[in-house]
Write a protein that binds this ligand. Sequence first.
Ligand SMILES: Cc1cc2nc3c(=O)[nH]c(=O)nc-3n(C[C@H](O)[C@H](O)[C@H](O)COP(=O)(O)OP(=O)(O)OC[C@H]3O[C@@H](n4cnc5c(N)ncnc54)[C@H](O)[C@@H]3O)c2cc1C
Length: 365
Amino acid sequence: MDFSWSESQIELRAEARAFALDAVSRYGRHNDSWINGYSKELARELGARGWIGMTWPVEHGGGGRPLIDRLIVGEELISAGAPIAAMWFADRQMGPSLIAHGTPEQRVAFLPGILSGDATWCIGMSEPEAGSDLASLRTSAVQDRDHWVINGQKIWTSFGAVADACYLICRTGTGASPHHGISEIIVPMNTPGIEVRPIHDMTTNRHFCEVFFSDVRVPVANLVGTEGAAFRQTMRQLEHERGGIDRLVSNHALYAMARERADTSDPRVRQAIARLETGYRLGRILVIREALSQAPAGFSAATKCVCTEHEQAVAEFVAATFGADAMLADDVTRGLSYAPAYTIMGGTSNVMRNIIGERVLGLPR
Ligand SMILES: Cc1cc2nc3c(=O)[nH]c(=O)nc-3n(C[C@H](O)[C@H](O)[C@H](O)COP(=O)(O)OP(=O)(O)OC[C@H]3O[C@@H](n4cnc5c(N)ncnc54)[C@H](O)[C@@H]3O)c2cc1C
């Protein structure tokens, strides 16, 4: 078995690294840059290079490339802190969902904007009373002739204030269990009746939003997949969200800064670095396994746990290394106060462990 990278993969990595460093010099460096670093200009540059939709099928405008190529490009961009948030959700989730479940008309209408980097999407999943327990969501869509009429509220909607479209998870009916009656609907964010209230978090970010829907009317043709039976679709989408390189290297640039500063004459510091380097390599193997489709079904929950807990260990190391200076260095302060989010967004570690126990290992509930 040959574990080495191929020539073309080595070249792709070198190209992505050079591009990422150049992008950082022009658009700034961001911690967790796939969610905190928003630059439409950079998204368009990535689109022009064919680095959005790299792995989508060619017939849908994608590059038809292996998932490992996207991993390489993503790893370089995020490790360097290049601000890719304007395209990341749509590239990672919305495009693949539309390819898997959308109608030909939806693909023609929405995929080109994602591929060019022009269209930013937000994900309207969480609600004030429905986070981990997504099936308890209450935002409703009721059919009125050829429109859905949407009412309700979403929260923690990243990019709600700047997105062109929302991939909304809502209730179009009820059934035998709370999982029945859930649907996915595309909602253009300029539709009348949508009110967006940005949330200013403690790190000074404003990507989070509350989004209120009051009699918002969208065409029935905007339903993605099967009406009332989208829970499985949504879970598949979350699989795309959980096992990627974005869960491992979000604060890599901060780690690099801290390593430069660390007193490596101290054996305890050397041990801490060894632990992190080992954790990084283990996490990377899991992510690579996901990209090679070698992981068991549902295993992305374990990958996300390992990788995001590594990111938090990195944050602890950065805090210890900078000491009191961490409170003065703005970028470091932000990175540290943001760190609790790693094991919350995309599903908390507790919930990931439930999934591993129940769905991967088949343990009794
Ligand atoms: C940076 C960031 C970006 C986000 N972006 C988006 C976005 O764009 N769109 C979107 O829809 N949402 C987004 N979210 C929301 C995120 O998906 C939710 O915060 C997450 O699913 C947890 O839901 P909750 O906050 O309601 O917490 P809760 O579900 O209320 O959980 C509270 C606590 O209870 C624990 N818990 C809950 N249920 C169980 C259980 N069954 N077993 C064991 N423990 C349990 C949890 O682990 C947690 O510790 C984002 C969150 C963050 C931090």
